[in-house]
Design a protein around this ligand. Structure first.
Ligand SMILES: CC(C)(COP(=O)(O)OP(=O)(O)OC[C@H]1O[C@@H](n2cnc3c(N)ncnc32)[C@H](O)[C@@H]1OP(=O)(O)O)[C@@H](O)C(=O)NCCC(=O)NCCS
Length: 319
């Protein structure tokens, strides 16, 4: 099957009505023809096509065979099926029947995902009837189920566009988190703190403490593929233990972890608080934190290391 995928032209915008109608899943055994009125009577359906092209996040690609448009794949951030929030474009896609199963859907979706990534979106969403075979395509394209959609007959799916994922840490990741934290603080802290303070931080983030915090649901991890490349902890509105190893720093991972932790804190508090380490001070100030005071940590002698006093800054940010 020879086809081309290209951006939709303005004079083709009205075609999206038809492609939305084609996108509606007809379950096995359904007799008769679905009335076209369904797409006009349901506000969530209308949100997928009404006024298309007039909103900033509206984007559409079409597939053409022999000069005829036979499929469309488009995104909007309007309140349709699959809508999550105003920063997450939601997909609609369909192809006329004779052209299904030839790889055209895959081609349109991957080009749209590339374009969204290029444009700086960090995730995309969609909803799909649980029985729709298109679910397999969406899984292959990297979408994962995050829960039910508008009702229990459909899935809500999300595709991360940055190659990483943030999730709550599970007990099997305790060891990796522990080593990541220990390796990072050993690599970074000696530039700013003496050996007694570095050793005290190392004891503070012991494996036992990390395991207990995981069990309490406080630790989050940033994963790229199977690799854990960052972590952060939040308890109420108190953000702690944000670590990204030196070789992974500067890639935006710390920012993403902080976004997540602050979003969690914002559910129950109007401000987030943290104790800033010297190396992370500028990072927090850039995020809008301000110093609200200092605290003193008296570190007793341990092993061969003498006692030490650490004065550190406490910071706060309105959420
Ligand atoms: C979903 C759709 C856009 C995929 O495009 P496509 O060109 O057929 O897809 P590809 O050939 O690239 O990939 C094949 C995959 O498409 C899906 N697919 C194929 N035929 C399908 C059909 N009749 N209905 C739904 N999905 C179908 C399956 O997931 C299939 O994967 P599989 O081979 O593992 O079963 C297209 O099949 C379609 O228009 N289906 C009906 C409308 C629809 O269900 N839209 C999605 C609403 S959420």
């Amino acid at each position: 099957m020879s086809y081309i995928v290209r951006p939709i032209r303005q004079d083709e915008w009205p075609l999206l009505e038809d492609f939305l109608y084609e996108a509606i899943f007809i379950p096995e055994g359904f007799e008769g023809k679905l009335p076209r009125s369904v797409i006009y009577n349901d506000p969530k359906c209308r949100a997928a096509f009404e006024g298309f092209g007039t909103l900033p996040d509206d984007r559409a690609l079409v597939a053409e065979v022999d000069g005829e448009v036979i499929g469309a794949c488009w995104v909007r951030t309007t309140d349709g099926y699959g809508h999550i929030d105003s920063a997450t474009p939601s997909f609609s896609i369909s192809i006329y029947r004779p052209y299904r199963g030839w790889g055209i859907g895959t081609a349109m979706m991957s080009r749209m995902l590339d374009e969204l990534l290029e444009a700086g979106y960090t995730r995309a969403s969609l909803s799909v009837q649980k029985e729709n075979p298109a679910l397999r395509l969406y899984k292959r394209m990297g979408f994962r189920i995050v829960g039910d959609g508008a009702d229990e007959t459909e899935w809500l799916m999300v595709r991360n566009l940055c190659g990483y994922e943030i999730s709550i840490a599970t007990p099997d990741s305790a060891d990796v988190i522990y080593h990541l934290v220990q390796a990072t603080l050993r690599a970074v802290y000696p530039d700013c703190y003496g050996p007694a303070v570095v050793a005290a931080f190392s004891r503070l983030h012991s494996l036992d403490v990390i395991e207990a915090d995981i069990a309490a649901g406080k630790i989050f991890i940033l994963k790229v593929g199977d690799r854990i490349l960052g972590t952060g902890t939040v308890e109420g509105n108190h953000i702690m233990r944000v670590f990204v190893p030196p070789e992974e720093q500067g890639k935006g991972y710390g920012t993403r972890i902080m976004d997540e932790l602050e979003a969690i804190a914002a559910r129950s508090h109007s401000a987030a608080v943290l104790e800033a380490s010297v190396p992370a001070r500028a990072f927090y100030l850039n995020r809008g934190y301000r110093v609200t005071g200092t605290q003193t940590w008296e570190i007793g002698p341990c092993d061969d290391l003498p006692a030490a006093t650490l004065v550190y800054e406490v910071m706060e940010k309105e959420l």
